[in-house]
Design a protein around this ligand. Sequence first.
Ligand SMILES: [Cu+2]
Length: 572
Amino acid sequence: MSSNEFLPISRRDLLVGAAALATTTALPAGVKAAPAKFRRWNISDPNCPPRVITSYKKAIRAMLQLPATDPRNWYRYTLIHTLDCPHGNWWFLPWHRGYVGLFEQICRELSQDADFALPYWDWTKEPRVPKAMFDDVLDPNNPAFVATAAEFKAQFKDAIAKASYWDTTKSPDGSISPSPQYNQLLIRSIRFPDDLWFDIIDSPAGALFFDKGHARGLSAAEPDLLIPGVTPDKQAVLKAVSLPTILDALGPRDFLSFGSPKALGHSSSSGFGVLENQPHNLVHNCVGGAYNGVNGFMQGFMSPTDPIFYLHHANIDRLWDVWTRKQIARNAPYLPDGAPTAPGQTPTPGSDYVRWAREDFVFFIDAKGQPAPQATAGAYAEIGAFDYDYSPGSGEEVVPVTPQPPGPAVVASSLPAKLTRQTVAGASVTEGAVTVPLDVVRQQAEPQQPKLFASITVDLPAGGHDDLDVFIKDDDGKPQFVATLSMFGHHVMREPVTFQVPLSAALSDLQKARKFDANPALNIQVVPRPRQANVKAMAPARQGAERAAHDAAGHGNAGNTADVTAISLRQL
Ligand SMILES: [Cu+2]
């Protein structure tokens, strides 16, 4: 491809972009001038009303005390995530908005606090578990929670067996068809209750239930988002929540680059936008204790057992709202292509938006424990009837105060890197060589210019818990740490996944240090880094069994290590 597709925004592009958008984007539907009814506060903000925390505790206690047959029971609500959560695809954001928003309504009902709204955790401002979250039932190690996996099974076995999850209908001709919920479970290879119990308690890929004492990885004594034994320049979780990473995550100019990419359905993973792969995944894994050997709920699909889950996801949802308001202020689209651009308008038939919006979310329940009437992705495209807003937090600065001209349309082209592989100290290191136009390197320091990202495609082994460190270097420089790629949970991988990795900070640093005067030849290095604790916890025999199961499933990558299959650079 020619490098002029990577040039900075010119005045001409701006005018062309503005004209194109003027015809496609009217004032978006669902944007309200009135203040929201509920406000989600930063839990550590001195202005956060004390009642928020009191009511949250009251609601948690009430949910823990409900019988196992009530779908609003604390663990039954957690299981909605275990059974149905999307990760690594473009339904990640709307599904979690619905899940957290409906949870908030249940809390409002059960705390009898009619003004209740969830607090959020701004990990950029506060890169440690907030102090309040170690108190009383906000700590999942509190005696009010179920103590062991065995006790959990004893208490919930019957209720789960009798739940609607497994419903089928019999036609007059005798054929049996699964209910929509059961259909989703079959996609996730959960055929009957024993499959679910296997995942929760016995899976060699890592259990989902963590006994008392191990419910959370971080503690009041060591609450920081730190990886033990790692030098300050490679503290991946701190980097993932840092303001430069958050500003890069908010940079992309279309929904698919900001959120995560398309996939076959919401139970398959195809890739991760920066918001999901950096702060989302790494905070989950770190709070879950993946890096310090404690292990806890937050690193897996029963993560909503830890009350901090909802504060973490409220912050992810807040950043989606920030990005949406940034797009609106720039008169740019904020939903997949084909979305209605004015109230009453119908979406474009056959468009991305239509495919995205009609995805069914069939496990959601409302404040009374009934199936939620809003059961598709499109119902959660806006905050809408949830009617909350957020007290301003990190990243808010990307929203222009006055309306701005739109940026140029997104250029879908990419600069492919040439891959080589070598073994360094027993680890398979992949290098991608690519020459970057000097203009693009220079514009990385300018906040208004499109940012540069590396798209790194990885074929992951089924039980792969290893992380991948990404470095960048020029011809004779020393590698500079960029980010760590980390998976979350145990989705069945049916295809390689692509991670978007922000390069703007590293490139502006390089440019400052080296003062390139020609297009620099750069190397993107991807180096595996075992999560020590997990590797030790997994017995070799189990790794073998896992590999065998993996082979039987017909997956391409039967090894124990991740294969990097492509690296390219993109302006998003
Ligand atoms: Cu999550």
